[in-house]
Design a protein around this ligand. Structure first.
Ligand SMILES: Cc1cc2nc3c(=O)[nH]c(=O)nc-3n(C[C@H](O)[C@H](O)[C@H](O)COP(=O)(O)OP(=O)(O)OC[C@H]3O[C@@H](n4cnc5c(N)ncnc54)[C@H](O)[C@@H]3O)c2cc1C
Length: 413
């Protein structure tokens, strides 16, 4: 069979390898000048390529449509990913949270390993080649139209694997245009939304704290009266609002429509202490600073960048002497430390989203093969499918697993 793979990201490269290993002739099209532009950025340039959790725990880390991934993960799980890369000469290591990275700490080595395997299998890679249309006859795929410089050319194929990614970080090449091609073939899509995305906030009190990083805080996110997320870890204040691992994970629990109603982020700045323990701690600090202003007495308890905001939220005069602070005022201070509230009104959009939620609707894809239920010979892999995961290497695992399964076409099952 002649298999055409559209997209040279992780899912496309894995699909091409899998299809070639199954005896197919494979041609891969990538409109960038190089393969894996987004892959290069992953894990801050180190590529957290999967997670070494027990395979059954993979599902707990899928945010959307986890059941759909059952076959893909059964065929090719996280252990298979590590074994696959080891077979390509890429050594890996496990870090905090069971995150798996290349031993070299270079994401470029992941792409290089995939490229070596593709070369060995004879996959023909065409860079700087935009696929602009898909061709089908009586709902059977017949090939693609490519734009290579000025020319448009029809390339015939027995199967097409679409692995063109979502809409996030569009500068990397996954700009979402491919979804229009699919719509013209009647493929059903689910609404596209940014996810694993920083939160925007218009409150100057918050944005003035830019650069402040908080570790070991508990964050609770509510939309309206509903609590949608509670997590513990590290977060960051930025010039636009809130970011950092905890906030990105929280964003995966918030739908786009929720932003218009306002989102409340409550930060427990002293999550290791109960309310009573914290109160006793404050009393101790006040004892030591009894003749100082409130604003000068919280330095042991809090990072300096957040002191102004905390005091402002309590409504206590920052110039008030500590020994004049009433019991009620101290209670307000403890309340604020346990529940530092930030109103979020937006997210930072696809430009800064780690992943896209939504995409090709799973109801239109056979989960055992990744083939479209309506267009024969058309397969899907990676982020373009309506499934997404939390941070920790799980999104790339989706790309490897679905790419591998989509490439199994033509194999006797
Ligand atoms: C900053 C950042 C850090 C991340 N870090 C991690 C991490 O550490 N671990 C993790 O698990 N996940 C991480 N992710 C998510 C991960 O990168 C994606 O889930 C993954 O890249 C999706 O792979 P994909 O192959 O489906 O899509 P993509 O990587 O987006 O690849 C799609 C490819 O298709 C090409 N293409 C699109 N349309 C066409 C067309 N019409 N013709 C030809 N080519 C086309 C694009 O140029 C692109 O190269 C990160 C994402 C970002 C943005």
């Amino acid at each position: 069979m002649m298999v055409l793979v559209v997209g040279g990201g992780p899912a496309g490269m894995m699909a091409a390898i899998s299809a070639a290993e199954n005896g197919n002739k494979v041609m891969l099209f990538e409109h960038n000048e190089k393969l894996g532009k987004k892959l290069f950025l992953t894990g801050k340039g180190r590529c957290n390529l999967t997670n070494a959790c027990p395979p059954e725990e993979l599902f707990d880390n899928i945010a959307t449509n986890r059941k759909f991934l059952y076959s893909a993960f059964s065929e090719f799980n996280n252990a298979d990913t590590v074994a696959f890369f080891s077979g390509c000469g890429l050594r890996t290591k496990i870090e905090r949270g069971m995150r798996v990275f290349p031993e070299s700490d270079h994401s470029s080595d992941v792409t290089a390993a995939l490229k070596r395997r593709m070369d060995k299998l004879g996959v023909k890679v065409r860079l700087n080649t935009d696929v602009v249309a898909l061709k089908a006859d009586a709902d059977i795929i017949t090939g693609v139209i490519i734009k290579d410089g000025k020319d448009r050319t029809f390339i015939p194929g027995d199967a097409v694997i679409m692995a063109t990614g979502g809409c996030s970080y569009p500068s990397t090449g996954s700009d979402g245009r491919s979804f229009c091609m699919l719509e013209s073939l009647g493929i059903k899509l689910s609404g596209l939304e940014p996810s694993l995305v920083p939160f925007g906030c218009d409150d100057k009190l918050i944005t003035d704290m830019q650069g402040l990083s908080l570790k070991n805080v508990k964050v609770t996110v509510s939309t309206g009266k509903k609590k949608v997320y509670e997590g513990f870890g590290e977060m960051l204040f930025t010039h636009f609002g809130l970011s950092g691992p905890l906030i990105l994970t929280a964003s995966a629990h918030v739908k786009e429509k929720d932003y218009s109603g306002g989102i409340k982020v409550s930060i427990d700045l002293k999550s290791a202490l109960s309310r009573d323990e914290l109160d006793r701690r404050v009393i101790r600090d006040f004892e030591e600073n009894k003749n100082r202003n409130l604003s000068n007495s919280l330095g042991k308890l809090l990072p300096s960048k957040i002191i102004t905001a905390v005091i402002q939220k309590t409504g206590i005069d920052p110039a008030k002497k500590v020994n004049e602070i009433t019991k009620q005022e101290r209670a307000r201070l403890v309340d604020t430390l346990k529940n530092f509230e930030v109103e979020v009104s937006k997210n930072r959009g696809f430009e800064e989203a780690i992943i896209t939620r939504g995409g090709v609707s799973v109801s239109g894809i056979n989960p055992s093969t990744m083939e479209s239920k309506t267009v024969k010979g058309l397969f899907f892999a990676g982020e373009m499918i309506d499934t997404d995961a939390f941070t920790g290497g799980f999104n790339l695992q989706i790309a490897w697993s679905t790419g591998h399964l989509a490439g199994q076409l033509g194999k006797e099952r």
